[in-house]
Design a protein around this ligand. Structure first.
Ligand code: UD1
Length: 418
């Protein structure tokens, strides 16, 4: 087990490069199973979720080799359609493999997925979508078992715009017979990125980024080199940390349009933000003013993956805020931890009522999930005195070299084994 020790109260200054998007890379790695050619994914982030996905691909028989930060996947040797529970439990995105594994082997057996404990996270929409393509699905002792003779394109209407279900259905449909149309599809930038990859591999997919994705099945897919988009959530996390600590931080290799909902709120708070092509500079030298309300929504609304971080910021702003979490029921687990640091927050159902305090005080707190953990790190950097963040393995799932990047900006943070 490892922890962070953070001496807070220092302003952040300097420039860092944003990592490649975790939520793009994971479904892209799942897509590599669809071809016998090699796929090279460039500039892959050094995070546990990627390492676990690589373990799963290896288990399926694929060869995965790192060349610096690039990852080469050769799926020509894939010979297994089963993902056992010890692997699937480490990573929720293992469920994204259902679509590509069923496409490749006409069968798949995957243990129910794990990932962040942030609510029920059902997979019913994934399964309903696959059934519409002709997959027979049964459940046996904690495993989802899928079989089909042929995959046939169909129209699929999602009850809600699930990111994972949209991606999984795209992966299953890309080599199906005929045309698949996903209606009420999620519109996240990572879905557009998956479309971009699939089309580089020779697929015929259009409409990603809108609520209707159209996939014309093709017979085979080929390999390619692919550079996924930058991580809008990592970028957002650094911007919020800079807003909380004060200073002037430049992010390089970032797409401002993909985080416009956050930039809008930060400007409303009083931050100065300059955007120049793929760079964003945030400058702040004073206590910010609360925004009245923030609600998480599917893209292009405010992302649930930045909810914890923006709530932490509201805690030290002047005034009161209400933050509403509309996607995942238990995404306020970090709140008792922020209270240990002096935050004044009351959670009632989906709403967090925040009354701003002057500043956080250093404390020992526990990271219970990925984004909540990132919020605690930012709070500790902004706090007066020393903090310890325990159980940082959750943070390592999604942030590569977090402490190096923060130290580069002047943060006093070290990783210690316990
Ligand atoms: C993805 C992201 C995650 C982000 C989330 C929402 C990845 C690897 N993860 O997760 O970081 O927080 O999008 O932006 O890309 N739902 C159902 N049935 C289903 C599937 C989902 O009811 O079969 C519901 C969920 O409970 C949730 C909502 O749909 O309320 C959105 O979830 P979804 O978009 O599927 O999230 P993930 O794909 O799991």
């Amino acid at each position: 087990m490892e922890k962070y020790i953070i001496n807070g109260g220092k302003e952040l200054y300097g420039s860092i490069e944003v990592q490649t998007a975790k939520n793009s890379v994971l479904p892209i790695l799942a897509a590599t199973v669809l071809t016998d050619d090699k796929v090279r994914v460039l500039n892959v982030p050094n995070i546990t979720d990627v390492k676990n996905m690589v373990k799963i691909l290896s288990r399926l028989g694929c060869k995965a080799v790192f060349d610096g930060n690039d990852l080469m996947i050769d799926s020509s040797t894939a010979d297994c359609h089963e993902i056992p529970s010890e692997l699937a439990h480490e990573l929720r995105s293992s469920v994204f493999l259902l679509g590509s594994v069923i496409s490749r082997f006409r069968m798949a057996k995957i243990a129910y997925p794990g990932g962040c404990d942030i609510g029920l996270r059902p997979v019913d929409l994934h399964l309903t979508g696959l059934k519409r393509l002709g997959v027979e699905i049964t459940e046996e002792n904690g495993y989802i078992v899928c079989k089909c003779d042929t995959l046939k394109g169909n129209e699929i209407m999602l009850d809600c715009p699930s990111v994972g279900a949209t991606e999984n259905i795209m992966l299953a449909a890309v080599k199906a017979e005929g045309v698949t149309v996903i209606k009420n599809a999620a519109r996240e930038p990572e879905i557009e990125d998956l479309q971009r990859l699939l089309n580089c591999m020779g697929a015929k997919v259009r409409g990603a980024g809108s609520s209707s994705v159209v996939i014309e099945g093709v017979k085979t897919l080929k390999g390619c080199d692919f550079h996924p988009i930058p991580d809008r959530i990592e970028a957002g996390t650094f911007l919020v940390a800079a807003a909380m600590c004060g200073g002037e931080v430049e992010l390089k290799r970032v797409c401002a349009e993909n985080i416009s909902s956050l930039l809008h709120k930060l400007r409303e708070n009083g931050c100065k933000i300059r955007v120049n092509n793929d760079k964003i500079v945030l400058e702040n030298h004073r206590r910010l003013t609360s925004v009245k309300s923030i609600e998480t929504q599917p893209y292009p609304g405010f992302p649930t993956d930045l909810q914890a971080q923006i709530t932490a910021l509201c805690c030290i702003c002047r005034g009161q805020s209400i933050i509403t979490e509309n996607l995942f029921e238990t995404r306020f687990k970090y709140v008792p931890e922020l209270r240990k640091m002096g935050a004044d927050i009351t959670v009632i159902n989906r709403n967090a009522f925040v009354r701003g305090v002057e500043r956080f005080r250093g404390a020992t707190v526990v990271a219970h999930d990925l984004r909540g953990g990132a919020a605690l790190v930012s709070a500790a950097l902004a706090a007066e005195g020393k903090s310890e963040i325990l159980d940082i393995s959750h943070v390592d799932r999604g942030y590569g070299s977090l402490e190096y990047k923060l130290r580069k900006l002047g943060g006093d943070i070290v990783r210690v084994s316990v």
